[in-house]
Ligand binder design. Structure first.
Ligand code: ZN
Length: 354
């Protein structure tokens, strides 16, 4: 009896809260936020104050073809509006944080190295045609830093950077309170900064020596194999990685390496430290170029391995910076940071002039 009551009460409260938010959405207007990433497509409905009313995440690759992907976004939005019983005329705008590179003039995503099976993905025109509201397209990491400034740790910061370490590596930056965009909207393709002039690894973009080619979730295994080549494969055969991969170094995954490090395995810890040192070079470049007082960090690799990612960056940063060090923290907005930024863009809350 008691348990049943406990089960009933929160759901009643939830329905009430949901209805309250819906009424607020009708009264004050609501926005649509889209996070189009390499791995997941997330669509959400939210309020101006950052409250998210509904959210759905699905694999980006679930549909094939650029047009089908845009259609999927439109269908998802329409589905939410029916489900939540929200009138179209109260939709204030749509914000999209998308994997780069972007072509803001054409309003879409240029063939991306991290989703190579899609050609140009048109976003702004089809969404505008369907919903007849302003559509604001931002790089996903630029949306991330907007989310941090509006709804996270960046409220009082004029100089703020957000860095994601995920399938790829990217960033977004405010300098003196201004959001930097660039001529095509790609001012912060920081994952493609050169950190190895010898260019030992080829990046997904086709160029050599880029940060992302060594330290992104997709590419840490490539860098690991270079470490073993340099230091001898003996340490591989003795390490946990040998058993995780049944002795095949081509099967090494980033997950295995960080998992091994979490078990305090010596070889995995050493790899994580080396990856961290290269990350520190990337972070130092951001510090030297943009001079932020705060850098927040997100993306699946960082969110799942908080200390293993942040500790070596702080340890090695001083080797490479000339500016005063910023505070470096994991974002409290977790995996929703891009959605928050897209929501802020939907309400045109930033000086992005998109
Ligand atoms: Zn690159």
């Amino acid at each position: 009896m008691g348990i049943k009551q406990h089960q009933k009460t929160p759901s009643k409260i939830m329905i009430k809260t949901k209805e309250k938010s819906r009424i607020l959405a009708v009264k004050e207007g609501y926005g649509v936020a889209v996070d189009l990433g390499a791995t997941n497509l997330k669509v959400a409905i939210g309020l101006r104050n950052g409250k998210i009313l509904a959210k759905k995440s699905e694999p980006t690759a679930a549909v094939s073809g650029s047009k089908a992907l845009t259609r999927k976004i439109i269908d998802r939005i329409n589905g939410f509006l029916i489900e939540l019983n929200l009138p179209y005329e109260r939709l204030m705008g749509i914000g999209v944080g998308a994997i780069g590179p972007l072509d803001r003039k054409k309003g879409g995503i240029v063939k991306s190295p991290n989703i190579p099976h899609y050609n140009f993905i048109s976003i702004v025109q089809p969404l505008t045609n369907e919903f007849n509201v302003s559509v604001h397209l931002l790089n996903d990491c630029v949306a991330g830093v907007v989310g941090e400034k509006l709804f996270g740790l960046g409220a009082s910061e004029e100089n703020l950077a957000y860095i994601t370490i995920s399938t790829g590596i990217g960033g977004g930056v405010f300098v003196d309170g201004h959001l930097l965009l660039g001529k095509d909207g790609n001012a912060h393709e920081i994952g493609h900064m050169v950190i190895d002039y010898q260019g030992r690894l080829l990046c997904g973009c086709g160029k050599r020596g880029h940060w992302e080619a060594y330290c992104s979730g997709r590419n840490v295994p490539n860098y690991t194999r270079i470490i073993f080549e340099d230091e001898g494969w003996k340490s591989f055969s003795k390490s946990l990685l040998n058993s995780y991969t049944e002795g095949d170094p081509n099967k090494i995954t980033t997950k295995d390496i960080y998992y091994g490090a979490q078990q305090n395995e010596k070889t995995c810890l050493k790899i994580v430290e080396e990856v961290g040192r290269l990350n520190a070079i990337g972070f130092a470049n951001v510090v030297n170029v943009y001079d932020p007082s705060l850098i927040t960090v997100g993306g699946a690799v960082a969110l799942n391995n908080r200390n293993l990612v942040i500790t070596p960056i702080n340890k090695y940063l001083n080797r490479y910076i000339i500016n005063n060090p910023p505070i470096i923290k994991i974002t409290p907005l977790d995996e929703n940071i891009v959605l928050y930024g897209a929501l802020a863009a939907a309400f045109n809350l930033v000086n992005s002039q998109t």
